[in-house]
Design a protein. Structure first.
Length: 134
């Protein structure tokens, strides 16, 4: 009886240590395991890197927010490959749900980010204790 209990406790401790130190163990094992198995254990999902021109052709541009001239034009020192993929996806979602233009969807997203951080759409803090005038 005590043997089974001690064997179970040793197994649980080893399982806990493997889960706790998986970020150190998996790079070593990734040399020997297929990528699909390593991706399953690390919750890794490779991002699709859309270029500025692909995002512009997908409708993520306007006269106020011209992707190609600002990021691909002559003398542009832009080192990024494209816009933030999470932000682009959120703007796409807003455009589909709200049935609005790209600029309106960007404004809605920006106002949501401001509200989440306790800032009114006009830029003033929503905190009642904030000093806005002297």
């Amino acid at each position: 009886m005590f043997f089974h209990l001690s064997a179970l406790s040793v197994f649980l401790i080893i399982a806990f240590l493997v889960v706790y130190y998986r970020s150190r163990i998996l790079p070593i094992l990734s040399r020997y395991l297929p990528t699909s198995i390593v991706a399953r254990f690390t919750n890794y999902e490779p991002l699709r890197n859309f270029s500025f021109s692909e995002q512009a052709s997908a409708g993520m541009t306007s006269s106020n927010f011209d992707l190609e001239s600002n990021n691909l034009g002559e003398g542009s020192s832009e080192s990024r490959l494209g816009l933030d993929e999470n932000g682009v996806e959120e703007v796409r979602r807003i455009m589909a749900i709200e049935k609005c233009t790209f600029d309106q969807a960007r404004l809605i997203r920006h106002n949501r980010i401001l509200a989440k951080n306790g800032i009114a759409p006009d830029g003033t803090p929503l905190d009642s204790k904030a000093i806005t005038r002297l």
